[in-house]
Design a protein around this ligand. Sequence first.
Ligand SMILES: C[S@@+](CC[C@H](N)C(=O)[O-])C[C@H]1O[C@@H](n2cnc3c(N)ncnc32)[C@H](O)[C@@H]1O
Length: 734
Amino acid sequence: MAVRIVKKIANLLIFNNLTHSSFGRYVRGKPANLVRWEEQMSRSATTVRKFTEDQSDQFKISTLLNSAEALYEKSLNPRLKNEQCAACRKEAKDIADILANIKETRPLALNLLARIAIDEGFYDQANSHLVYALKEAPEDPSLLYSQGHVFLARQEYEEAEKLFARAFRINPSLTRAASSLAYTKTRQGKFVEAFQDYRELIKSHPDDPHIRTKLFECTAKITANHYDEELADDILSLYLLEGIDYTALGNITASLLIHKYDIPSLLQHGLPLGIVDTVCQDKLLCEALSKIIFCQPDLEKFITQIRKQLLLESLVQSDLKQLHVNLAVALSLYASNMEYSLYIDSQEYNLLSALEDLINAVISATGWKPSDLAGATLLYGMYLPMDELSCATELAKFSVNRWPVWARKTINHALLEIIQEKQNCDKIPSIGQISDATSQKVQAQYEQNPYPRWLHLSYNTPTNYGRAMEQEFPDFRAPSFFNTGDINVLIAGCGTGQHAIKVAKYFRNVNVTAIDLSRRSLVYASKMAEKYHVKNIEFIQADILNLDQLKQQFHIIESSGVLHHMADPMAGLAALKERLVPGGLMKLALYSRAARQIILKSRELIQKNKLTGSAQHIRLFRQAILHNNSSTAFSGMLSSSDFYNMSGCRDLVFHEHETQFDLLQIDEMLTRFNLNFIGLLVQPLQRLEFIEFIGSDQQRGTLAEWAEFEQQHPQSFGGMYQFYCQKPRQAPTV
Ligand SMILES: C[S@@+](CC[C@H](N)C(=O)[O-])C[C@H]1O[C@@H](n2cnc3c(N)ncnc32)[C@H](O)[C@@H]1O
């Protein structure tokens, strides 16, 4: 009977040239009438044999299989609406259900059914399909690959690794298997092995955005223990790729440079004369300086000293030498990326003041051109914001194209864009008045120092938010609204928008509303949204306390690092919960008291020394910490990336207002607001440690269990407690 149905559908498909969707509608009613295919097969074996002997029928069957595959591939198209995607998957599934009745197509059809089941979060079902299919085709690499994904989704990494490795051994051209194998290694913390795998893969697939992203992700986790020229060349080639978040290359680049120049010994004995002539030719150093911020104390000291030598040499010669231009450009971009947080000594301050006088004098003379001042402006920009020069408006009167080519990038990034950013603040729409005293203080901080001043966005294949949640928490079933219609997301306290833009770009069918107190942060966020062509996002200036004026309800609310900056975080949480639909999800990130002990000590030091959050005081504080790294009380701070730029450092230790939490408090808070805890977001290795600690395979754990775990491992939540909770689907009856 199944065969007859197949024949009939195939005929319809081929001869009546029906569209996929009308085809699907036809099929949909039939499979329900089919008996389980295993039973069916034994009954219709003779018919099937007869049927498959017929070449033209075989052709029809393979056409059907192709259609099912095509429908499935279509369902993965990030531009499809969730419901269209579900419809495509359903059609593909209906056809595959039928084809699983036919011996010749059974393994392929079962594989397709398994892939769909994996996408939908039904891992056991996927595995049964695959176990059955593998009985017939035990060496089929595609089946082994799919089964690897079942184990990967279940976070059973060793088994997944074996399956991907086997699939790749059988078919060395199955790049997906090699890539998934490398990914599984990263999940187990085998970063060096994974890095080597991805490094090979990128050579044969330089344009594959997925391989690139994953290579970058695991590069972020490794460092070099000696200088290796081939590796340095490979890393340099990664800086030259477009559309990448280069931040991930920081650690490995720093470690290569430290070994190349033996920086600890240079710092100990003093930098040799002429070192500027050497490092200005270092392509890796110059590329890195213009694209990332190093988070390595010795390298920062080295850069600071190189900068001083370059300034002194240029001033002695009254010129920026052609040989040094690249380095000056790189250092001026670096200073802008770090928001001018590198230490400046008094000799340098005096020289900068003389340099500013010189620039002013040239501007006062008639007939000056940008090329007269490009060198001096860049030298100044290696230290201090160009837009704060008293003659900044005069400099900005020239469009970027009037400046020498080599100076354009810096002039644009560090002068013109900053001036524009300040001017655009009035263009951001707002709701309500910011009247709460703490909100006003916090707003003032972020108007001065929008945080974080991020530079690049990494690539990600857009996915369904609900499915991503299910992958993170394998025993969680996402609400059904993820399969239908648009998903409204609120990012409360979006800062400069990196997180909001990622949500808008990485998830399907989401409409994002992103609010923040700080207009300058929002202007930065809008500029970056434009740069990354993200249109499904609206930025609004608002206090969380005024969210009732927004009227709209949201399926998801994310608020990362925000509530602990409010005078009354509970009032903030109440306002957020009001905006959440029943069954809606909330992702919060809050400071851990245990993990922030060192920060609290630093804040005491800051108060004792009467340091304010001014740029000069932040530079002083950073210098004190950098040069005290052997007295360990504060050295832990050196591992925070926030320490290495102005807005980050202010956010980290000079904040206008912060409170901290512990997990039991969060537990109580969720109970009080009738929000159900879903789970903490942690690194895979940390989850494995936790599972071992509680001695059960209950992956999510309770907040009380995590609190016990944190007591033993107080630095576990240095990057904040990040967790999901859910508003009950229905209000509880009283
Ligand atoms: C530490 S930053 C975090 C920014 C962003 N969520 C992120 O993870 O990059 C905190 C942000 O919360 C915003 N914020 C603090 N209190 C707020 C409030 N009451 N309403 C809206 N935004 C607030 C600040 O303006 C600031 O941009």
